[in-house]
Design a binder for this molecule. Sequence first.
Ligand code: FE
Length: 213
Amino acid sequence: MDQTAFYNLSYGVYLCTTWDEGRPTGCVANSAMQITAQPPTIAVSVHHDNYTNKCIRDCGYFAVAVLSETADPTLIGKFGFRSGRETDKFDGVPYAVRGKLPVPDGAMCWFACKVVDRMETATHTVFLGEVLDAENLSKGTPMTYAYYHKVLKGKTAEKAPTYVEETQEGGGSRWMCKICGYVYDGETPFEELPDDWKCPICGMDKSYFEKMD
Ligand code: FE
């Protein structure tokens, strides 16, 4: 099978949020889509191992927040590459309760959904959510998954439905973030990263980077 064919399916970059017994939590979702118009229904795919999966089951509600191309990429790092089991995904993330669900500031729009059905696959749950409320918060261009990869040079978390195992080529001056997999291969061939270095995707400091060789 030609795995690269899958690159031609279009995806967005979304934050799927819910409540964990009163605490806001969530994860990155790239597989979210509108299924029907009446009643308005959205499907979102969440890995079984994602803590958010359990929380959506328990809560019965979830929100999908759409990120724009100008969204802070560290939101993707925080929500996509760490688990809500061990970390507070909303730590340092301003948010508002919208449609009774936590929506991070910086989202360009949101949908609040009630779980009406779900389908289990080998690895993921597809939640069907009836949209109870929705709102545009700002104008902008919705971020596509292609934009995230090509422009932000972001990586795919292993639990994403679209994950393809990537092979890394060697290179003395390239540095990889151990948290999110971002690879720095920019113009400046750093032998050592600057002290104030921060991962542009997940925000971790230079101690989380390792040289690729
Ligand atoms: Fe990172």
